[in-house]
Design a protein around this ligand. Sequence first.
Ligand SMILES: CC(C)(COP(=O)(O)OP(=O)(O)OC[C@H]1O[C@@H](n2cnc3c(N)ncnc32)[C@H](O)[C@@H]1OP(=O)(O)O)[C@@H](O)C(=O)NCCC(=O)NCCS
Length: 199
Amino acid sequence: MKNFAIRRFNSNDSLEEVTHMLHRAFAPMAVLGANCLCVDQSPSTTRARMARGDCLVAVADRRIVGTLTLESCDPSSAVAHYRKPGVASLHQFAVDPVYQGAGVGRSMLKVATMWARMRQFGELALDTPVLALDVRSYYARQGFRRVGGMRVAGRCYDSVVMSKSISLEPRTHAGVVGRAAELATLARDAQDPAHRGLH
Ligand SMILES: CC(C)(COP(=O)(O)OP(=O)(O)OC[C@H]1O[C@@H](n2cnc3c(N)ncnc32)[C@H](O)[C@@H]1OP(=O)(O)O)[C@@H](O)C(=O)NCCC(=O)NCCS
């Protein structure tokens, strides 16, 4: 796999590029009959969903090859698990099909876990179509367990809600230094798209 960097989406990035990548990645969901938003959402919908949280992108060959958006617990969410204090959630997660299977998604989930840990969330949750068996098994291998089910308004398919526990570091000196180093890494990535790492 070529090198890639993970950083925050910024104002120099193209919403259209991210949106088209989401469409390509989610095409198999449409084949399964799951009309996920990411199958055909507009760039303005991508932007609105990013704005609900913190959007990360993976960059390789000067292209955006992956994305996910992290949200804090949301007391107004229709999903009961997402309303719980201590639960963060991730959304519009995808890797460009050309780059799939090379560890980009796994690295993005590691950064997402760091993001949640830094904010003292004890769990990271997500939802995915019941029918997407390969994706559910992927998440299971990444430590997510089924905690419930739901049907999102406007969607024609049932989803499973999956969640993984996050070990919180005690507030020791080492923990504070570790979190500062993680923050510095994300900040450096945000400023320097050429930074490589996170394999
Ligand atoms: C789910 C998704 C984000 C994972 O990203 P990824 O970069 O492909 O994932 P990784 O490379 O980290 O891991 C892929 C796993 O599949 C295996 N794999 C091997 N070849 C593969 C291939 N050609 N394609 C996909 N996975 C492959 C990897 O070995 C790895 O297995 P492991 O978890 O046992 O180590 C990505 O496949 C995707 O965008 N799918 C379509 C959109 C989607 O379903 N999003 C989630 C909806 S909730």
